[in-house]
Structures are given as structure tokens and as C-alpha cells.
Write a protein that binds this ligand. Structure first.
Ligand code: ZN
Length: 98
């Protein structure tokens, strides 16, 4: 069997990359361009594009591989589905340590 990478894990990576790019574009727009210049407008638009990308990717890919619940908040930190307690990475059942 090939190593399984869930849609959730893939989505999380894409979200992470897009967030980083959005921050880079946003900061560049603030720091390296003149106010109300064309360059600033392009950078702001690029940052917005990344944010929209994050929303779209999160909508389609950031779902629990086991129960299909969409993970909206905490997509970058959660490892276990809050609904069914299965791992978001492998889909395997996570034992409760209590
Ligand atoms: Zn689940």
C-alpha cells in the first residue's frame, strides 16, 4: 500500500502556504510600496486572492476523512476530529487517554 495522505492533510498544507503568501503580499503592500500606488493595489489584490484561496481550499479539502465533518476553525492545529475523535491525518481511531 502506498503511504496515505488524506485530503485533510493536503488541504492543510495548501492552506498553510496560502496563508504565508497572503501575509507576505500584505506586508509587502504595507512596507515596500508607495501609498495608493499601482504596485500596492496589485499586492493587496494578490493577498486577497490568497485569502479567497484559503477559504475555497478549506471548504473542499479540510474535512474529516472519517465522518466528513468540515473543520473550519483550528485547521492548522487540530489533529483529531472534534466530532468522531478519529485522526484527521490517517482517519484512524484515536484512543482517549482518560
Ligand atoms: Zn470525524
Amino acid at each position: 500500500m502506498k503511504p496515505h495522505v488524506s485530503d485533510f492533510e493536503r488541504g492543510r498544507r495548501i492552506v498553510l502556504i496560502l496563508v504565508v503568501f497572503a501575509v507576505i503580499f500584505g506586508l509587502s503592500a504595507l512596507m515596500f510600496t508607495q501609498e495608493n500606488s499601482k504596485e500596492q493595489m496589485y499586492l493587496v489584490l494578490a493577498a486577497f486572492g490568497c485569502v479567497i484561496g484559503v477559504i475555497v481550499v478549506a471548504r473542499f479539502l479540510c474535512v474529516c476523512p472519517h465522518c466528513g465533518k468540515r473543520i473550519v476553525s483550528g485547521v492548522l492545529v487540530l489533529k483529531v476530529c472534534p466530532k468522531c475523535k478519529h485522526s484527521l491525518i490517517t482517519g484512524a481511531k484515536v484512543k482517549n487517554k482518560r
